[in-house]
Each structure stands twice: as C-alpha cells, then as structure tokens.
Write a protein that binds this ligand. Structure first.
Ligand code: HEM
Length: 350
C-alpha cells in the first residue's frame, strides 16, 4: 500500500482557497477562426491541456472545479437522494460499473495525490477523498461493501455525469447511467436506447451520417487512448442551475419565458459539456461521461473576443439547430447583448 499523506488538511485548504473563476477552466468550444457552427464528430485525444484566452482546460480526465467542487457534489448528492431514478442500470451492467469505478478512482488518486488516495491489496480497496471526507473500504465486485452501487458511489465522488455504452449485435446501447445534470433529456427515458434512437431528436445528425460515424468511432475506440468531445448550448435557467433535466422541467421550464419577458440577458448561461470516451479495461464497455461547465454572459464580457465569436455563431446558426438547443426564441436578444458596449464599470479585457 502507498502511505497516505500525513497532512491532507493543508492540501485541501489550499485547494479550496483558490478563487472561483468560471472562465478559467471552461472548455471554449470553438476554434479561433470559426464563425459558423455545425454538428460533426468532433473528437480529440484527451488529457491534453488546451490553453484558452482565459486559462486552460482538459489537462485531466476529471476536472474537480477547484473551490466549486464541494458545492457541485452537494448538489449532485441532493439530487441522487431525492430521485433514485437518476441512476439506471440495465441487467448485466454490474461488472462494467465496477470497471468504471476502479478506473476512475485510480485516475483520481494519480491525478490528485494530495487530495485523494486509493489503497489496494488484491481485490480489497480503501478510497479516501479528503475534500469530501469519504473514507470507504470495499471489495471489488461485492456490492454489500459499498453504501450504494458502484456507479452511484462514483457519481457521488466526481462532478461528471456517468454514462456507459455497450455493443450488442453490432449496435451501441446506452445501458447504464448516473445523470443529475442532463441538458433537457432524461436518463430514465433514454437508458436502453441505441445510438440512433437517442440521437433521433437531434436535427440533421442521423440524416447527415454523423450518428453512423460517431458509432463507428466508438466501436473502434482503442483501450489505451482516451478521447474527448466538446458540446455547447445556452441555458436561460437562472443562477447556474446544473439540473435542467426533463425530470426537472416543471421547475426550470418557466425560467425561459420569464427571462424573455423581463430581459436580464447577462444571466443567461453558456453551458459547455466536456465528454470523455474511455474503453474500460476489464469489460470493454465505453464511457460517455459528461462534465458540465457554465459561465454567464456577464462573465463572458471579460473576454471580448469570445463575445464576438459567440455572437457570430449564434446569429449564423440554422433555425432547426437553434430550436433544438432551445434558444431560438431569444437568440437575437443574446446576440444584441453580446455586441452591446461594456458598462462604464465593466471588467478589464483578457
Ligand atoms: C462521438 C460520439 C457522439 C457524438 C458526435 C454525439 C453528438 C451529439 C449531438 C450533436 C447532440 C446534440 C447536442 C446539442 O445540440 O446540444 C447529441 C445529443 C445527445 N447525445 Fe450524443 N453524441 C455522441 C455520443 C453519444 C453517446 C455515446 C451517448 C449516450 C450514451 C449520447 C447521448 C446523447 C444524448 C442523451 C443527447 C440528448 C438527446 C436529446 O435531446 O434527447 N451521445 N449528441
């Protein structure tokens, strides 16, 4: 066993003391010169740091999010406690969930050695997360040794939504998930669907061959190389609401008409998903894990080049894609806001 750091408290205090900056780690979704966005199979090798105008993203598989991490995890745990239906498993997925748990705990311990630790002897493990206070012994494959299933246990430790895909009869099926921050979809509705059924509502995707290419890519995903993809949308839900799933539609569905009536475009959130594809070593199941980042349009004003680019992309976006993404009704106002002059006390440019 590797000895645990004698004084993790200091490391945790230093980790939590860093000021929260929602732009610093945001995976800016557009290449520098892009002004017209269309769907594509935009996948790249993961764990490669990408500098941006505001900071950097993508160095690690899991981005804890600095001082925001405990708040994010409290929100995740509150939702899981209130709605057990956010964790869904089709029969036969238990081993893949253990595979996922072990892969991620090992990765976290290697990436954040001052904050997290995994001790291993044979099939016995002890997981310690000094930020959240988790201290859990378990035996791999023995669900009775964890307080909940391995998929949910991991979901309570990492900010990512966790989705597992397996191949059957040549098709990829979404057969397990722990999802609390879905952008207008529902894990209990989608679980068990194949790639074509899931992506049926997305305009152009299957018709233009993108679903087929995405499926081919995932079927051929090698075991030794993790890939990632970035996706984006706008969210008019107020105050950084992560849970805009269909389950919560009655709660956030009123936010959009209310915002259209009242204005307040600076509170609209740019919502970016960083998705990681890992082929798990024991079972060959593939992950589609989604880490959601958000920054308000008010925050984006600190980077005028981003405001200009986002305005151009939203203005040019075809109506069907804007409607699917849910902002067709207010996109002109957002473009106007992004192009309006900074108020006199506005922040300095980056
Ligand atoms: C390279 C692989 C993939 C690509 C290129 C891709 C592409 C897309 C795109 C373009 C959208 C629309 C998003 C938007 O406009 O905001 C979407 C939605 C979605 N994707 Fe994928 N996807 C991939 C893999 C997967 C996998 C493996 C899963 C499931 C495990 C998945 C689940 C979903 C879900 C649940 C939605 C929302 C659908 C809805 O609105 O009902 N995707 N995907």
């Amino acid at each position: 066993m590797t000895p645990v750091d004698e004084s993790p408290d200091l490391a945790v205090a230093a980790f939590l003391a860093r000021p929260v900056d929602h732009l610093a780690n945001i995976p800016w979704p557009f290449p520098d010169d892009l002004t017209a966005f269309r769907y594509s199979v935009n996948v790249d090798p993961a764990r490669v740091p990408r500098p941006t105008l505001a900071g950097e993203w993508g160095r690690h598989l899991v981005d804890l999010g600095g001082a925001e991490y405990p708040r994010l995890m409290a929100e995740r745990r509150r939702i899981l406690d209130a709605d057990p239906g956010r964790v869904q498993l089709r029969p036969g997925m238990e081993l893949a969930c253990w595979d996922l748990l072990l892969y991620y705990l090992r990765d976290l311990a290697a990436t954040y050695p001052a904050l997290m630790h995994l001790a291993e002897i044979g099939d016995r493990f002890r997981w310690r997360n000094f930020v959240l206070g988790t201290n859990q012994e378990f035996i791999l494959g023995d669900a009775a040794t964890l307080p909940c299933g391995p998929l949910e246990f991991l979901a309570r430790e990492v900010p990512d939504d966790l989705l597992l895909v397996v191949e059957r009869d040549g098709r990829l099926y979404f057969d397990a998930g722990a999802v609390t921050f879905a952008a207008a979809w529902s894990v209990s509705f989608d679980v068990g669907m194949d790639m074509y059924e899931i992506h049926g509502p997305v305009p152009r995707l299957t018709g233009e061959g993108i679903t087929a290419r995405a499926e081919q890519f995932l079927k051929r995903l090698p075991a030794d190389q993790v890939y990632r993809r970035v996706n984006w949308t706008l969210s008019a839900s107020d105050s950084r609401k992560y849970d805009v799933s269909l389950e919560e539609l009655p709660a956030w569905g009123r936010d959009i008409p209310a915002m259209i009536r009242a204005g307040g475009w600076e509170r609209v959130q740019l919502r970016i998903e960083l998705e990681h594809f890992v082929r798990l070593p024991m079972t060959g199941a593939v992950t589609f894990n989604i880490r959601t980042f958000m920054a308000s349009l008010a925050e984006l004003r600190a980077v005028p080049a981003w405001c200009r680019q986002l305005a151009a992309v939203i203005e040019e976006l075809p109506e069907d894609i804007a409607a699917y993404k849910g902002f067709a009704d207010y996109r002109d106002s957002v473009v106007d806001f992004l192009r309006s002059p900074l108020p006199a006390n506005g922040k300095t440019e980056r």
